[in-house]
Write a protein that binds this ligand. Structure first.
Ligand code: C2O
Ligand code: CU
Length: 483
């Protein structure tokens, strides 16, 4: 029954997904990509109010915890817009702690730099009692999310995350759709939150949670139509967890990675670091039967969710997943691309520490500045100790030009590396056979080197960091400047 277990148990040492997972399936005609077009215009309004809201999630076993959330009445808001629509957001910072500044980052969206929500780099963050505003037209379809960008380990730890879905990529509508948000919670035996970060965790793989959840429940049973094609938008929104997800005995295909459609790939399993998303098309079981989604990367395969079929069968034919529409991304000029090396390492002693400071008209506050550094990019740890002047970018790129980033992980840990305002095209790995796909967060496994292509996008200062939030806050963070 647990056929992936043999290779994945104690998975940290395992080099990666087998090539079998990367065979594309389905229509032969999929060479012809269908481009997504705007499907609506107009303006959607979104009101967010960041506040503490005591909540008793099913996974808390009767306990109530002081969550921080974006909206009253829902733990994780799921915001939907249609491709072509503008999203206007007003947010209020009602967080219950003095100096707990906030801004909202729209993870994975290629929007103007001024809307990117990075404190001090792109905007002055909003103090408690204050209001902020964002306005943009999401340029791409897909499964995205939003979060604050300061003291993030605690903010994620308290549940301050929301999904943003941009619709308009379906050629054939699935029979149903489900959004699954995975995250752990750090709760002590007294039923209270444990410290969200520890030096021990920050210096290793991150400080793990004690309770697992998907949509606030541990191993939820989700009722689905029988023998149907359902779309699952699966998000890893834990502050640190690496997972390798897969079904036991089910026909399924990966149809998008980080929101980017790709030729459907047989879904054996997929390794995901924090912030990574995958869209799956699953053929559900016969009436009364169920299919389980596992995390094979934990010590024992763990049931993330169970999809239980109800009602008359929807489909009879074979499983033939239809690809999603894709966005017209600028084409990478691989032959003429400049190669830029990035080394992800532990902080070398005596290394030059980049000096971070505020941009013009922006005052720097103390909250976003970690007091410790364990990690570095190209031997620079950021934030550093002296914050008077803006440190130099890790690289300066020309908008519209092609680059190959050579991402070299010289540590024994995995690092999900994220770039703001862009998507990477994964080209090759020194350790695994990877398919070609687009993503905004690429997982580097221990001592792996991956080349990704990138066409420099909109001008501005774009954050580039590890999305294990304690690694980010302990130095594995920098920015790329596009001019
Ligand atoms: Cu979701 Cu700077 O990241
Ligand atoms: Cu990391």
């Amino acid at each position: 029954m647990l056929r992936r277990r043999d290779v994945l148990i104690g998975g940290a040492a395992f080099a990666g997904s087998g090539a079998a997972g990367f065979l594309s399936v389905g229509r032969k005609a999929q060479a012809r990509e269908v481009l997504a077009q705007p499907i609506a215009h107009g303006v959607e309004s979104l009101a967010l109010d960041l506040a503490e809201r005591p909540t008793a999630l099913p996974c808390f076993n009767g306990k109530t915890l002081p969550l921080w959330t974006f909206q009253a009445g829902t733990t994780f808001p799921i915001v939907r817009v249609k491709l072509g629509e503008q999203l206007d957001t007003v947010f209020k910072n009602d967080l219950p702690r003095e100096g707990e500044v906030a801004s909202i980052h729209w993870h994975g969206l290629r929007i103007p730099n001024t809307q990117d929500g990075v404190p001090y780099l792109t905007q002055q963050p909003i103090a408690p009692g204050g209001k902020g505003h964002y306005s943009f037209v999401p340029p791409d379809t897909g499964s995205f999310f939003f979060h604050t960008h300061c003291n993030s380990t605690e903010h994620f730890g308290r549940g301050l995350i929301g999904a943003l879905i941009v619709e308009g990529d379906e050629i054939e509508a699935p029979d149903a759709e489900y959004v699954l948000l995975m995250k752990d919670w750090r709760i002590g035996s007294d039923g209270k939150f444990l410290p969200f970060s520890t030096d021990e965790g920050a210096a290793k793989g991150g400080t793990p949670g004690t309770i697992r959840s998907v949509n606030g429940a541990t191993s939820p049973v989700i009722t689905v139509p029988s023998s149907a094609n359902i779309r699952i938008r699966f998000y890893n929104l834990d502050p640190m967890r690496i997972s390798e997800i897969g079904f036991e005995d089910a026909e399924a295909a990966i149809i998008a990675v980080d929101g980017n459609g790709l030729p459907p790939m047989t879904f054996e399993s997929w390794r995901m670091g924090t912030a990574m998303r995958v869209d799956i098309l699953l053929r559900t079981a016969a009436p009364g039967k169920s299919v389980k989604l596992y995390d094979y990367f934990s010590a024992q395969p763990f049931v993330l969710a169970e999809f239980k079929s109800e009602g008359r069968p929807k489909r009879t034919g074979g499983f033939d997943p239809v690809p999603l529409k894709v966005m017209p991304f600028p084409k990478l000029d691989e032959a003429n691309a400049q190669i830029i090396p990035f080394e992800f390492s532990a902080t070398p002693t005596g290394a030059a520490i980049a000096a971070l400071g505020a941009g013009p008209g922006i005052q720097l506050g103390p909250l976003c500045l970690a007091k410790r550094t364990f990690w570095a990019i190209n031997k620079q740890a950021w934030p550093g100790h002296d914050h008077q002047n803006l440190g130099p970018p890790l690289a300066t790129l020309k908008s519209g030009q092609s680059y190959i980033f050579e991402l070299d992980n010289t540590t024994p840990r995995s690092h999900p590396i994220h770039i703001h305002g862009h998507t990477f095209e994964v080209l090759n790995s020194s350790k695994r056979r990877l398919p070609r796909f687009r993503c905004d967060t690429v997982l580097l496994i221990p001592n792996e080197r991956i080349q990704v292509g990138l066409v420099a996008g909109l001008p501005g200062k774009w954050m580039f960091h590890c999305h294990i939030l304690e690694h980010q806050e302990a130095g594995m963070m920098g920015y790329i400047e596009v001019v």
